[in-house]
Design a protein around this ligand. Structure first.
Ligand code: AHG
Ligand code: MN
Ligand code: MN
Ligand code: MN
Length: 322
């Protein structure tokens, strides 16, 4: 089986980019080990702190963030980092040309129940002359990502990665510590009969989204003329992984539950990297108004509505939004 570094070299990635991706993965292997140890490594449970998003941080959120942050800033490959768990960006090597935005641990509510969690990352390029302390260097559209990926800490640890030449899936061989290519060029089927929503929010959604889901639930005798199945892992990495493997529609749409927070998922380190992986596998990622990858960000912790997955199904959903 092919290992990750030669695959990236064949794709024409610069040596620096390959090293940067390997650096991120070194931290992910450590996180994978800690997650696997669970209660034995004393990483379960919450801290007394809140992050800038107003969420109580789990011990593993903080630990994963620290591991990624330290290794990236020490590596010399990054000019700056942005993280879900950091109030603002953190400067690195002024001479570097890459910046990395990451969700160190996605699916925090799954930690204490030994369920799926993961790490999501997005790599962008900046001018060598730009200021490492300037957070606005991160305000680039998702189209400009040079690489995006996630590492899923499940029964096996898997990496989905795109450098703009398709989406590939690797599995961590824990005996040797290398990521081996186990699924070349993921291809999301255009049609699906599976969707992923947190149905408890349904009454807070906009009318078009409520109508769309109602029509899916109506099944074979409803307007869609077929039965649909539903899944919800409560970790975007897990839900997107399923969509990459067998298709489906995933949405975390706009809602009115908290008037100050109409969207849940964050653009720079959740929606954008996932959108790149999905598009590179033939799927579609949209907000209902625009393609996620075309959004010009205005803030590093900005949130967006997300509708992604099988192309024809996402388009069917968008039809309700016109
Ligand atoms: P995080 O754990 O990084 O804060 O992200 C959690 C996100 C996302 O992974 C998931 O799709 C969603 O929150 C689940 O939300 P609900 O708990 O509302 O279902
Ligand atoms: Mn969080
Ligand atoms: Mn997340
Ligand atoms: Mn997180």
């Amino acid at each position: 089986m092919r290992r990750l570094p030669p695959v990236l070299v064949e794709d024409g990635c610069s040596r620096e980019l390959v090293s940067l991706i390997r650096t991120i993965l070194a931290a992910c292997k450590e996180i994978s080990f800690r997650v696997g140890q669970g209660a034995l490594s004393g990483v379960l449970g919450s801290t007394l702190d809140e992050n800038i998003q107003g969420e109580t941080q789990k011990k593993l959120d903080v630990l994963s963030n620290q591991l990624l942050k330290d290794i990236l800033l020490e590596s010399g490959y990054v000019k700056a980092i942005a993280s879900e768990e950091e109030d603002t960006t953190v400067a690195g090597n002024p001479d570097a040309k890459y910046i990395v935005a990451f969700d160190p641990l996605d699916g925090s509510s799954n930690i204490d129940i030994n369920s799926l969690v993961g790490t999501i990352f997005s790599i962008m390029e900046v001018d060598k002359e730009s200021d490492p302390a300037d957070p606005t260097i991160f305000l680039q559209s998702g189209r400009k990502q040079v690489a995006a990926g996630y590492v899923l800490y499940g029964p096996s640890t898997m990496l989905a990665l795109s450098t703009g030449k398709g989406t590939r899936i690797f599995t961590l061989d824990k005996t040797h510590g290398s990521f081996l290519l186990t699924h070349d060029y993921a291809k999301i089927p255009a049609d699906t009969n599976e969707f992923a929503i947190n149905a408890s929010n349904q009454r807070f959604w906009t009318a078009p989204m409520q109508q769309y889901i109602e029509d899916l639930l109506a099944g074979k005798t409803g307007p869609r003329g077929k039965n649909f199945n539903m899944r919800w892992i409560a970790a975007m990495v897990g839900d997107v992984h399923r969509v990459l493997c067998r298709g489906g529609l995933f949405t975390y749409p706009e809602d009115t539950k908290d008037p100050n927070k109409p969207y849940k998922l964050r653009l720079l380190y959740e929606a954008n990297p996932m959108a790149m992986l999905i598009e590179q596998a033939g799927g579609l990622a949209h907000t209902g108004q625009e393609n996620i990858l075309d959004i010009q960000p205005t803030e590093i912790h900005q949130r967006v509505a997300v509708i992604l997955g099988s192309k024809n199904e996402v388009e069917a959903c968008l039809g309700y939004h016109q």
